[in-house]
Every structure is written in C-alpha cells, then in structure tokens.
Design a protein around this ligand. Sequence first.
Ligand SMILES: N[C@@H](CCC(=O)N[C@@H](CS)C(=O)NCC(=O)O)C(=O)O
Length: 206
Amino acid sequence: MISVWGGQTSRSLRVVWLLEEMGLSYRVRHVDMLAAEKDPAWLAINPGDFLPAIQDGDITMVESVAIMQYLMGRYGPTPLQPAPDDPTFPPYQQFLHMGEAGLATLIMVPLVSGFIAPAAERDNWGARWARECVERRRLLVRRQLANAPYMAGDSFTAADISVAYALRLAANHAGFTLTDAEQAYLDRTTARDGYKRAFDRSHEGL
Ligand SMILES: N[C@@H](CCC(=O)N[C@@H](CS)C(=O)NCC(=O)O)C(=O)O
C-alpha cells in the first residue's frame, strides 16, 4: 500500500487529493513538523525534513508535483493527465508546475516571514518581493480563468490540484486576497468529493 507522509495543510494534501481522485488505496502517516525531537523513522524517509513524501514498495519520493506525476504514470491512464498529443497538454503541463514552482514556493516566503519570523524581521525586502511576484504570476491564472473553468481547459486535471492548493495556501495562510474569479475557481475545485475525502483523511486521528 502507498504511504503518504504528510500534515494537515501541507502539500501532502495535493498527493492525497490525487489519490482520492484516482481511487487508489493509501495510508497517511502524520509528521509533526514542529516537534522538538524529530521522528527518526521520518528523517530516514526524508533527511531534508520537508513534506510530503511517499513510499510505494521500494520507492521513496519527495516533491508533491513529481509524486503526482509518478502516481499518474504508474497507476494511470487517468483523465487527470491529458496525453502529450492532446491540445490541452501544454497548458496542463504549464499550470501543473506553476502551482508549485511559480506560486507555492514563493508564497512560502511571505507566509514564513509573516507568521514564523521574529517580529523585527517580518516586514523584509525578500518577503515583499516574493509577494509582488505572486501577485503578478496570478495574472496568468486569472487570464486562464477568463477563458476556461479549469487550468487545462474544460476538464479538471492534476494542474488544478496543483494550482488550487497554491491559491488555498495564499488565501488561508499567507494573507493574500483572491479575486472573485479565483475564489469561485477554488470553491469549484474544492467542492469535489475527491477533495472533501482528501481533506478528511488528512485530518483523521488528529
Ligand atoms: N516543492 C516541495 C515543497 C515542500 C515544502 O516546502 N513543504 C513544506 C510543507 S507544505 C515543509 O515541509 N516545510 C518545512 C521545511 O521545508 O522545513 C513540494 O512541492 O513538495
């Protein structure tokens, strides 16, 4: 069985959401990132100490988007991933990666600066720069939403799992204000049964 090492609001939600959408069996192993003493079993999985990670038989992987690509490749085909010759593949691929590399990674900077940094370091140039980058990059999301309900076009794909997670992180944990179109998109994607099950499984036993 696939094990997902994660936390309630961590990027493991992306992986669990994908697993739910694909109807695959898995178990969640919670990691307390704030624990004074790290669980040696967790550090053996990811000595870099960041979430999520998965184990699937002999395979251990980190990086949420790479994990999603692995799961779709290994257990697909799935409508969550258009074929490379499909016209929706280029926007799919772009937004799948933009959700993490272009958005969530940058969102983390104002997030940790605003909520974790010592008070004197909260308002800093790097955090302001990262926030402005995110604001500009969201223009690409909004341009897409002006033309289609989902990042790849008319159908929900893994690119939406990636981008919706980033918007949720921005709005719920980093003080960004979503536009009406972004909020409607977030509502639309997170209204899916797959998301609701993923959210519940991610919080189970806590
Ligand atoms: N690019 C990575 C980012 C992983 C990441 O930053 N995870 C956060 C939780 S959502 C974390 O564990 N942060 C703690 C740290 O990096 O020390 C991915 O998509 O999996």
